[in-house]
Design a protein around this ligand. Structure first.
Ligand code: ZN
Length: 334
C-alpha cells in the first residue's frame, strides 16, 4: 500500500499535558510517528496542496488563531506551550477577545492539547499528508495510508482538542467531495471523533459512522452518544456505536458489521477511515482489548466493502507496539 508522510510533522512537540488532573509528558509524541515509520518502510513525501483545502473545513478566524497562538503566548511573557484554562460553556459566539488566554478558551475544548512553537507547521503537514494520500486514491489506488500526526478527529471547524489541531479526515473528505466523490467516513479510534461529527452533523451528503468507547465513561464525554444521529439535512447520516470498556474483538466485530452495513447502504465511492490503534489491549490511556493480530481482521472486513479508501492515522499511544499494530492493519487491508 502506498504510504505518505512529511518529516515537518515532527515539528509539533509539546512538552507536557494536563491528564487526569496532573501534568504528564505529552502522550502524542513525535516518537509515535517514528515507531510507525520503522514498521512501514520508506513512505512517499507529502505534496503541498495549499491552505485553501484547510479553509474548506476550518474558519478563517480559527486558522489565524492557530497560526499565531504560540507567538501570542510568548509575546504575553508566558513560558512553555500555550494552553487554555477557561472555556465558554453555556453558549459559544463570536467575540472580540484580546488576551491569549481568552482566545485559547474560545478555540479549544480541553487543556490536553498544548500549542508549541512547531504546532502550526506539524498540523499543516499532517493535513497535507492526508491530502497527498487522498490524491493517490483519487488517481486509482484502492487504498492509501496517510501517516497523519498530529491526529485530527477531535478538532472541529473552529476548535482544537484531544491532541488535534486540524481535522485531517474532514479536510480530505471535503477535497474528495470537491473532486466529485460521494464520501463516507468511518472512525475506529478508541475515542469518538467529535470534531469530524460536528463538521458534518447537518450534512446529508456525508455519512459519519464511529465505533468508540462509551462517552459516559470516556473522553470526549460530551459527544458520541448513541442518540446523536445528525440534524436537519444530516438527520440519519451520523451513526454512533459506543462500546463498554473492556471490549475485545468478539465485542467489537458486531459493531463493525453494523457500521459497514450502514456504509454499504449509503453506497459511497470513497471511504475516509480514521484509524486509531488506541483500541489496543496495551494502550496506556484506553480500555479496549484488541490484539495486534486483530487489526488485520478488522482491516480485512473494512476492505471487503470494496470502496476506495484513504486511511488517516489518528491515535495510538502504546508506542512500543504501535508500529506492529499499524503494520498489521495495513497488511490486513491490502
Ligand atoms: Zn483516540
Amino acid at each position: 500500500m502506498r504510504c505518505f508522510w512529511d518529516a515537518r510533522q515532527l515539528a509539533h512537540a509539546p512538552e507536557l499535558e494536563l491528564h487526569n488532573g496532573a501534568f504528564v509528558p505529552f502522550a502524542e509524541s513525535p516518537a509515535r510517528a517514528e515507531a510507525i515509520l520503522a514498521a512501514i518502510g520508506t513512505p512517499e513525501a507529502a505534496v503541498d496542496h495549499g491552505e485553501a483545502r484547510l479553509r474548506a473545513v476550518h474558519s478563517e478566524a480559527y486558522l489565524a488563531f492557530l497560526w499565531s497562538a504560540h507567538k501570542d503566548w510568548r509575546a504575553a511573557g508566558r513560558p512553555g506551550d500555550a494552553s487554555g484554562y477557561a472555556w465558554p460553556v453555556v453558549r459559544r459566539r463570536q467575540l472580540s477577545l484580546d488576551r491569549i488566554d481568552a482566545r485559547l478558551g474560545a478555540y479549544s475544548f480541553d487543556a490536553a492539547s498544548p500549542i508549541a512553537a512547531g504546532t502550526w507547521e506539524g498540523a499543516y503537514w499532517s493535513a497535507q499528508t492526508a491530502l497527498s494520500a487522498l490524491g493517490a486514491v483519487l488517481a486509482g489506488e484502492p487504498a492509501a495510508f496517510a501517516l497523519c500526526r498530529p491526529p485530527g478527529h477531535h478538532c472541529g471547524s473552529d476548535y482544537l482538542g484531544g491532541y488535534c489541531y486540524l481535522n485531517n479526515a474532514a479536510i480530505a473528505a471535503e477535497a474528495a467531495i470537491a473532486a466529485g466523490r460521494k464520501v463516507a467516513i468511518l472512525d475506529v479510534d478508541y475515542h469518538h471523533g467529535n470534531g469530524t461529527q460536528d463538521i458534518f452533523y447537518e450534512r446529508g451528503d456525508v455519512l459519519f459512522a464511529s465505533i468508540h468507547a462509551d462517552p459516559r465513561t470516556d473522553y470526549p464525554f460530551f459527544w458520541g452518544h448513541a442518540d446523536e444521529t445528525g440534524e436537519g439535512e444530516g438527520e440519519g447520516a451520523t451513526l454512533n456505536l459506543p462500546l463498554a470498556r473492556g471490549a475485545d474483538l468478539a465485542a467489537y466485530l458486531p459493531a463493525l458489521d453494523a457500521a459497514l452495513e450502514r456504509i454499504a447502504a449509503f453506497a459511497p465511492d470513497l471511504l475516509v477511515l480514521s484509524y486509531g490503534a488506541d483500541t489496543f489491549a496495551g494502550d496506556p490511556i484506553s480500555q479496549f482489548r484488541l490484539e495486534t493480530a486483530d487489526y488485520a481482521r478488522v482491516a480485512r472486513r473494512i476492505a471487503s466493502l470494496g470502496t476506495p479508501t484513504l486511511i488517516a492515522m489518528e491515535g495510538g499511544y502504546a508506542v512500543d507496539a504501535l508500529g506492529a499494530n499499524v503494520a498489521s492493519f495495513l497488511e490486513g487491508f491490502a
